[in-house]
Design a binder for this molecule. Structure first.
Ligand code: WT7
Length: 701
């Protein structure tokens, strides 16, 4: 591994970030290791393919083939998950019962009676064995200025932060919002909450102040942890001022902890606490709170098809076990690897595969602060070369962007360290899959298209693990992970047997990583996921099972769209647009986009008399969405229409809008339930006009 570039430090941050930088000068890679022996579990690495021996799993399990292990995981979940949890996690008190679940009744409990602490499993157990192993490589925005943080340093930082939170009255069960981009302090803040039993809710630092305050209010957060500014793609982004605006309407917030990512001093108000300063006065030792397996670990807000974003609840033991097991097996993680997941910590991918999975496995994990094109389109691959990354896990939207540039941006960097490539967040198209596999991976690395959700906690369907040399088909998630039994449902709500079928994707058995609830609204959880197909977990996605029995995800079945891998409810965007006084009604749908995957398309009805200046209103609508949600949620298209197509009962027929907007066909399907079919012709004409105007504008530019 490379040492950090000292020359770049002069432009570095202040406060604690600087302390981290200076301490990291001496921190190198882990101590010498016994060749072929895993430090964490003392298992032999030489016999890795097809399945690495599962740590210190009971010797019986470790001798099973993938096929038998999968069979055991679904026929005897108690034995499978029970021995995995016993062997892989450190318990303060061992659980007495593996599971107590009733999907129809909405009850999901794993490892009952057990007590443990997640931060101990992610830090202390590794510090005991290899304190100087690098836990985090903070790949900062400016290439060549990465910072390495060892397990010992991360434990100390986490403990100081935990003590700081405690000294300001944060206790077990309190909610803490974290509004920070990927950085060691963001990770330490998550782990500090876990250490004292507080519940974190990380809010992606691209969300607006209103989106942030909505989440803080829903979770009734007592504190916020943030930093003065973010740095991304060479630009500074003010975060503290966004938090200031948000907390004005959040009476539950008693303290805002502010760290200094850049030199720019933040204006400090009554609630504000300088984070580095209070941490420096705290002890670097903090006792870990023993927590029940089913105590809440974190909330993460995500969009649904209706209403406000929902706070998905994940708990301690089951989530951690599932994140760590999937991290090891799906990506073929081995001791000594440098795991590179470029997702932000604000999404579930960042939680499970930047933080909890890798750290539980004692890995070196990369925190990527920059963008795929900064300072140029070679950034990812230059980073792979410099950090010697072994697994690269990213989003199709970034790949689609990068494949438009010359291959030399990839080829000029040494990618021989790479062993596994992974994709997540949305369907990966064939072109992107092949480019990733053959150009980036030189055709020699398994590429895993991983399907999962905020609600599932970790990967549920992916080509690996599998039997040795099992095929990987392009652009397909393929195989269920241990303990996952996918079911494809037909139109009548019946499981479709056999192969070559397609329908609604459900999962028929609970697994330890699945969400437990929606914060403050368990009934909504039951209604959204468990009621549609009683006895099953409903994913909201469609899927098909191929003639070979492999799973292919076909996309959302509800009004959720996926913009650059980020989930958005069309209802959320409509709610934002509807706040405009000149807009009595809107309908938003998603349409395909060649880089972002999907983009929102808004149909808006304007009040009579506004006719004068629709462009000004449209600009106000764009601003509304950016301030109410986030910039990425702003519709790419606006079409002003006189009326929306509705059924006689008043429901908007989005299916028709989708067809009109994508022009896939002029056959609009069954319109018999439509109240007034002449609306459709009006909309088609308006769209034709809009399309002509856009192409003329494009030509001009
Ligand atoms: C939705 C979940 C899972 C972490 C990132 C997104 C879509 C996710 C795939 C994939 C096709 C995928 C689904 C899913 N999705 N991965 N490999 N192939 N679709 O988490 O924000 O909770 O979104 O993303 O539609 O339901 P999320």
């Amino acid at each position: 591994m490379q040492r950090i570039n000292m020359a770049a430090h002069s432009s570095s941050g202040t406060g604690f970030f600087r302390t981290l930088l200076s301490r990291c000068r001496t921190s190198g890679p882990g101590k010498s290791r016994t060749p072929g022996l895993c430090q964490q579990h003392r298992c032999r690495l030489s016999s890795l393919p097809p399945l690495p021996p599962p740590g210190t799993w009971s010797s019986r399990l470790s001798r099973l083939s993938h096929r038998d292990l999968y069979r055991l995981s679904v026929t005897d979940p108690d034995q499978f998950w029970g021995s995995a949890a016993t062997d892989r996690l450190r318990w303060v008190k061992l659980f007495q019962r593996v599971r107590d679940c009733d999907l129809s009744g909405g009850k999901i409990s794993w490892f009952l009676g057990g007590k443990l602490n997640v931060s101990v499993n992610c830090l202390d157990v590794h510090v005991e064995k290899h304190p100087d192993r690098v836990a985090l490589i903070w790949e900062r925005d400016e290439p060549g200025t990465e910072v390495k943080v060892t397990y010992r340093e991360l434990l100390e930082t986490t403990s100081r932060l935990a003590n700081a939170l405690k000294s300001y009255g944060i206790e077990k069960g309190d909610r803490v919002a974290i509004y920070m981009p990927a950085s060691p302090l963001a990770v330490a803040a998550m782990l500090a909450c876990a250490r004292i039993g507080a519940v974190h809710t990380v809010v992606f630092a691209g969300f607006s102040s209103e989106a942030l305050s909505g989440r803080i209010q829903d979770a009734q957060c007592k504190a916020v942890v943030t930093c003065n500014q973010g740095v991304r793609g060479g630009r500074l982004i003010d975060l503290k001022s966004t938090v200031d605006a948000a907390v004005k309407s959040c009476p539950s917030v008693q303290h805002v902890f502010v760290s200094q990512r850049t030199e720019q001093p933040a204006a400090m108000g009554e609630l504000d606490v300088p984070l580095e300063k209070v941490m420096s006065c705290q002890s670097s030792v903090c006792p870990a709170e023993p927590l029940d397996s089913e105590d809440v670990l974190f909330l993460l807000y995500t969009s649904g098809s209706t209403g406000k974003p929902k706070g998905i609840v994940h708990t301690q033991a089951g989530y951690l076990l599932y994140a760590s097991l999937t991290h090891q097996y799906v990506f073929d993680y081995r001791d000594g690897d440098v795991f590179g997941c470029v997702a932000d910590v604000g999404w579930i991918t960042g939680h499970s595969y930047v933080v909890y999975g890798p750290l539980c496995n004692g890995a070196t994990t990369v925190l990527f602060e920059s963008t795929p094109v900064y300072p140029n389109p070679g950034r990812y691959w230059e980073t792979v070369q410099r950090l010697r990354i072994t697994q690269f896990y990213g989003a199709p939207t970034a790949l689609r962007l990068l494949l438009k540039y010359d291959e030399s941006w990839v080829k000029k960097y040494d990618r021989s360290s790479l062993r596994t490539l992974g994709s997540v967040g949305e369907p990966i198209n064939h072109e992107a899959w092949h480019w990733f596999h053959s150009v980036v991976g030189d055709g020699r690395c398994p590429l895993v298209d991983t399907w999962w959700q905020t609600e599932t906690g970790g990967v549920c369907i992916a080509p690996r693990p599998a039997e040795e040399a099992a095929p990987i088909l392009p652009a397909m998630a393929m195989r269920p992970f241990f303990g996952i039994q996918p079911v494809v449902m037909g139109d009548e709500g019946e499981p479709l047997p056999g192969n070559s079928v397609s329908g609604a994707l459900c999962i028929s058995q609970p697994w330890p990583g699945m969400a437990r609830s929606i914060y403050g609204d368990h009934q909504r959880f039951v209604d959204a996921y468990l009621k549609p197909y009683p006895g099953y977990y409903f994913t909201g996605d469609g899927a098909s099972r191929s003639e070979d029995g492999y799973y292919q995800i076909t996309g959302r079945m509800d009004d959720v769209i996926n913009v650059s891998g980020h989930r958005l409810g069309t209802a959320e965007i409509e709610d934002a647009l509807d706040e405009h006084p000149a807009v009595p009604e809107t309908a938003v749908i998603g349409i395909p986009h060649d880089i972002k995957g999907e983009v929102p398309f808004a149909f808006v009805v304007l009040k009579e008399g506004v006719g004068g200046d629709p462009p000004a209103v449209l600009q106000q609508l764009r601003d509304l969405v950016a301030t109410k949600i986030a910039k990425y949620a702003v519709p790419e298209h606006f079409l002003v229409v006189k009326r929306l197509p509705k059924t006689r009962s008043g429901k908007i027929m989005r299916r028709i809008l989708r067809k009109v907007a994508t022009e896939t066909t002029r056959d609009l399907g069954d319109m018999s339930t439509l109240d007034d079919p002449s609306v459709v012709q009006e909309i088609i004409e308006a769209h034709e006009l809009y399309r002509k105007q856009r192409s003329q504008e494009k030509k001009k530019n």
